[in-house]
Design a protein around this ligand. Structure first.
Ligand code: FES
Length: 63
């Protein structure tokens, strides 16, 4: 079975978009397998870290 590539895309002024089929482990060691899309906060303001919750739209990200 051929593995699907994983794309990691930095969205200008927004989160990191991870797209594909991959395993993801957070800082507490909780692991999950994702099939499609994941958006990771890079502004530091999300109340749902490590995931983006849209707070970057209010506080902005310096590029
Ligand atoms: S990048 Fe979206 S909340 Fe931080």
């Amino acid at each position: 079975m051929e593995k699907e590539p994983v794309d990691v895309i930095i969205i200008k002024g927004g989160p990191i978009h991870v797209k594909g089929h991959f395993s993801f482990k957070d800082a507490s060691g909780h692991a999950e397998t994702k099939e499609h899309d994941l958006y990771l906060c890079r502004c530091g303001g999300s109340s749902n870290k490590p995931y983006c919750d849209g707070t970057h739209r209010k506080i902005g990200i310096k590029e």
